[in-house]
Design a protein around this ligand. Structure first.
Ligand code: TRP
Length: 331
């Protein structure tokens, strides 16, 4: 393996991972790990920007996230997996970068207003920490000087801010941070069961750890194609909410057969769902077995994190030392 590029990315531990995370983010992490040096972390401080009133909720999701990563195929011997709050250098860089980040940049950040307004009434997000979310994210990234950052579309404004903060730091304090490039992860290939974006809060997601009998029950009423009100109405797989699931879980030849049968109305949606449910369960089952195997050792995730935290700290400390040097704050 020739490693010439370093990447950094994080996930917030706010809930169990679902298929939308798997096909979109996690699969691209596994792919990138083949030829990049990777730092993947659990962004627990970021989770606290919205979950500050119930911090105990965050802890439970920390090890389960790491176990999901390993079950999905990330190798802790190759990839550095760590926990943000245990590499305190991120907080020091966050403080220093906050000195040079104009408040206006943060107030203009579209995700800031969107999320604050979305959660209005349930959570008070008019906090200093939530406004500074992108500064903390910039610190997470810049501290490792990566070349690329795999993120979803929703995170692009944050990455642009990271680049602006890097430019400002370089200008004020001397060249230190290379500007990282966004590596856009494909939009999740899977819609939710009801056709909207798959999301835990919409109740339309299938969790990776979901009980298989329950998965089958939830597939039965799922939305398919509006063209097929009756069995004899021909359908159109490209306009069907179920077909993207087939494309991921059913072999290509069978997908082709199903598409033909759907267009000539010789297969019903019920049967089509049943085939898909079988294949989806055949995908989830080995994943869940790997997870169950990993869960037999309750220390595993914490051991992986302990080792990863140490490796991340070495890299993070080097950047902090360099910056303190530039600022003449190396007392
Ligand atoms: N904000 C990201 C999200 O919600 C999580 C995150 C925090 C992150 N720090 C990061 C992603 C640094 C990439 C790099 O998905």
């Amino acid at each position: 393996m020739t490693v010439n590029k370093r990447i950094v990315s994080g996930m917030r531990p706010t809930g169990p991972l679902h298929l939308g995370h798997y096909f979109g983010v996690l699969d691209s992490w596994v792919e990138l790990a083949k030829d990049h040096e990777c730092f993947f972390f659990v962004a627990d401080w970021h989770a606290l920007t919205t979950e500050y009133a119930e911090p105990q909720k965050v802890k439970g999701f920390v090890p389960s996230l790491v176990t999901d990563w390993v079950a999905a195929g990330l190798d802790p011997a190759k990839v550095v997996m760590f926990q943000q709050s245990q590499v305190k250098e991120h907080a020091e860089l966050h403080l220093l970068l906050s000195m040079i980040t104009p408040v206006g940049w943060l107030e203009r950040n579209p995700t800031y207003k969107d999320v604050r307004d979305q959660l209005d009434g349930t959570k008070d997000l008019s906090t200093y920490g939530f406004l500074g979310y992108p500064v903390l994210m910039a610190s997470d990234i810049l501290i490792y000087k990566p070349t690329r950052v795999p993120v979803g579309h929703d995170q692009l404004p944050h990455l642009e801010l990271t680049r602006e903060i890097a430019r400002r730091a370089n200008h004020l304090w001397g060249e230190i941070f290379p500007e990282p490039e966004a590596k856009l992860t494909k939009a999740s290939k899977l819609p939710g069961l009801d056709g909207r974006k798959m999301s835990k809060s919409y109740g339309n997601a299938i969790a990776l750890g979901e009980d298989l009998a329950g998965v089958r029950k939830r597939i039965t009423p799922m939305l398919t194609c509006v063209k097929r009100a009756r069995l004899k109405d021909p359908g159109e797989p490209n306009e069907c909410n179920l077909y993207p699931y087939h494309l991921l879980f059913t072999d290509p030849q069978k997908c082709e057969e199903i598409a033909v049968s759907c267009r000539e109305a010789s297969i019903g949606c019920g049967e089509c769902k049943k085939i898909m449910a079988d294949n989806l369960c055949a995908f989830l089952e080995p994943f869940q077995q790997r997870r169950a195997e990993l869960d037999k050792n309750p220390d595993l995730a914490w051991d992986i994190l302990r080792d990863g935290n140490e490796r991340a700290r070495v890299a993070a400390r080097a950047t902090i030392e360099e910056l303190r040097e530039k600022l003449n704050f190396n007392f």
